[in-house]
Design a protein around this ligand. Structure first.
Ligand SMILES: [Zn+2]
Length: 151
């Protein structure tokens, strides 16, 4: 088992869902809340309602296609940047009970899975941009910091 399953993990995940919904995000990875574990939570609503997921030790086993769209990050509040991602992702991981799960998602859910897996691997979405876009994004962050919108 790659993680210690049990009450501690349950409460970490509950806290992460809380933090995510307060910030109106669709995904949050453990490293973003200062916990160096490879796990993330996400909730990209489906047509029939919310779809909360926990993925521990995410491994991307297949991806295809491409999508280009605006992406935000709870670690960079107020910053939205265009990022190119794959359009379909198949991922394997474990759920809170330690059972193996597989997710096969497209569009926003796929984007979210890729973004959060990046966090688990120490990559932030700024790293996925071209050098020029990254430079513009950094300037925008500085502006946000000056106006106090950035904590
Ligand atoms: Zn993020």
């Amino acid at each position: 088992m790659p993680e210690d399953f049990g009450p501690q993990l349950d409460s970490l995940v509950a806290d992460m869902f809380d933090t995510m919904s307060h910030a109106r995000g669709v995904g949050l990875a453990a490293p973003q809340v200062g916990v160096s574990k490879r796990l993330f939570v996400m909730d990209v609503p489906k047509d029939d309602g919310p779809d909360p997921r926990v993925i521990i030790n995410p491994e991307i086993i297949h991806y295809e296609g491409e999508q280009v769209g605006d992406e935000g990050c709870l670690s960079f509040p107020g910053l939205f940047q265009t990022v190119q991602r794959q359009s379909r992702v198949v991922m394997r991981g474990l759920d809170l009970a330690g059972n193996e799960i597989e997710l096969d998602e497209t569009e926003l859910a796929a984007r979210c899975m890729l973004h959060e897996t990046d966090h688990c691997d120490g990559i932030v979405f700024l790293d996925r941009m071209t050098a020029l876009k990254r430079e513009l994004a950094k300037r925008k962050i500085k502006r946000l910091q000056k106006t106090g919108e950035w904590k």
